[in-house]
Design a protein around this ligand. Structure first.
Ligand code: CA
Ligand code: CA
Length: 494
């Protein structure tokens, strides 16, 4: 009794002392809501060359399972930067799992607000001449506000015209390669060289290399990467690993300099360079609670040249070149055509490296009015469950599940909402695939066997089975709850 009383007194003294102490002079921790950041208008003032280091939080938050949608009730703010992938949450949970930069020392925790700070944070705090060899040191990078990648080192906006080199203009390019003049051979010569040089100039601004053991996370739901390409790429002999990208909006990644390829398809096509995220020669990657969308550069605003859409976009998240063990969860993909390519080629050196790799889990993603590739798979064992596909008033819709060479998609409990313009035998696209497991698919409140419809409409049949069964899965939700769960939970958390 007396000892308890003493203890209480002691605690009281400590508390009173703490209260009497002045407020620590540290800058706010990244978990606190920042003041509103303008989404346009880069600051005209020059930018300090290094990223601001964020102080460590006083009490580290233990890693917890995170794949839950936000609830309506108020909950204490989480430090997303310290969170790790929950055990069994998809292929990225294999082996040691995916922890990103959660173990970062306090000096490797950054809050970044512009391109230069972001690139510096990826390079041990020093802004490099070229960002091609990012640091693999464990690091957490909090993105605050909108970071536009199409800017100079003073954070001044750059337009497509600013990148033009060696006499390139779209008018000159089109005059040179008009099929009526040039014909149908592959483009070459002065203006194609000028296009390549111009594209390289943009590439040096927008391409962001990310090293191993890195977490990049938005401080709130406003955090945006605009015009950027996260090129997460190791090499065949030295792959990267252990990377987390969460709570960000990737918007309007666009290539100012699409290439005209007269040999692509019967009428030629315009092709672009930049994905929003590319994963190549990397394993254990968790991409969670992000939005990927086109707004200012959406396809409907692009011109048509030579009768073909001037395509300024490539993929949103493309997973190729022996990338492996990836979980893509709770993201919203909207208003884009080519969404997710898994495996880039049927043959050649990449195909050899891809066999046995490209293992990906896609769950609780909202695929909203996309053209194709959600996903399109070669070689990989890909678990696709509890995703919500909405295809309404989308004249450019092609297909959803692309069954490519040696692919083994295991799809279950996915929900489709479509209008009557979507032919259900086209939801599965066959690109030299032979097998697909698909179960419990619902379309507009009806259970539909999409594979039976596909096989009834096509000479070449796809077998209704694959040679593996997912084991890295926490819980497959019942089909009836998918729309409400994904609509409320997908995309940035706060
Ligand atoms: Ca791509
Ligand atoms: Ca089936």
């Amino acid at each position: 009794m007396f000892r308890s009383l003493l203890l209480c007194l002691l605690v009281l003294v400590i508390v009173l002392t703490a209260c009497a102490s002045p407020t620590p002079t540290v800058t706010p921790v990244p978990t606190q809501a920042p003041t509103a950041v303008p989404t346009v208008a880069p600051t005209p003032t020059s930018v300090p060359p290094t990223a601001t280091k964020a102080p460590p939080t006083a009490t580290p938050v233990p890693p917890t399972a995170t794949s839950v949608p936000p609830t309506a009730t108020a909950v204490p703010k989480r430090d997303l930067g310290k969170e790790t992938l929950a055990p069994n949450d998809g292929w990225a949970a294999e082996g040691k799992g995916t922890t990103g930069g959660s173990a970062a020392k306090s000096e490797n925790v950054y809050t970044v607000r512009n391109r230069k700070e972001l690139i510096a944070a990826l390079n041990d705090g020093k802004y490099p001449a070229a960002s091609t060899t990012p640091s693999n040191t464990a690091k957490i990078i909090y993105v605050d506000g909108t970071i536009d990648l199409n800017v100079d080192d003073s954070n001044k906006a750059l337009t497509c015209i600013d990148y033009q080199k060696e006499g390139y203009t779209i008018q000159a390019y089109n005059a040179a390669f008009d099929p009526a003049v040039w014909g149908k051979k592959v483009v070459s010569g002065t203006l194609e060289t000028a296009r390549v040089a111009s594209q390289k100039t943009q590439d040096e601004r927008v391409r962001v290399r990310v090293g191993s053991n890195t977490t990049i996370v938005g401080v709130d739901a406003k955090a945006t990467i605009k015009g950027g390409w996260f090129d997460i790429r190791g090499t065949a002999t030295a792959p990267l690993n252990n990377i987390i990208v969460r709570n960000l909006t990737f918007q309007d990644t666009y290539d100012c300099f699409p290439q005209w390829d007269p040999t692509d398809g019967t009428d030629g096509n315009w092709n672009s360079q930049y994905d929003m995220i590319s994963l190549r020669y990397v394993d254990h990657v968790w991409i969670d609670h992000n939005t990927f969308q086109d707004v200012e550069t959406e396809d409907s605003k692009a011109p048509t040249y030579f009768g073909r859409h001037f395509e300024m976009h490539d993929g949103t998240v493309d997973i190729t070149n022996a990338a492996d063990l990836v979980t893509v969860s709770w993201n919203k993909f909207a208003n884009h055509d080519k969404t997710m390519l898994i495996g880039s080629s049927d043959s050649g050196s990449t195909a050899a490296g891809d066999k046995g790799k490209l293992r990906v889990t896609l769950h609780h993603n909202f695929f909203d009015n996309l053209g194709q590739r959600t996903p399109r798979v070669r070689f990989g064992q890909v678990h696709v469950y509890n995703n919500y596909y909405r295809v309404i008033n989308n004249p450019k819709y092609g297909y959803s599940f692309g069954v490519g060479i040696e692919s083994q998609i295991y799809a279950e409990n996915n929900y489709f909402k479509t209008d009557d313009k979507v032919a259900l035998d086209k939801v599965i696209g066959n690109y030299k695939g032979t097998m697909l497991y698909i179960a419990s698919t619902r379309v507009n409140d009806q259970d539909v066997d999409l594979l039976a419809l596909h096989n009834a409409a096509n000479q070449t049949k796809i077998a209704d089975k694959v040679a593996w069964k997912p084991t890295l899965v926490i819980k497959v939700d019942p089909i009836a709850t998918v729309i409400s769960t994904v609509e409320s939970g997908a995309g940035p958390i706060r």
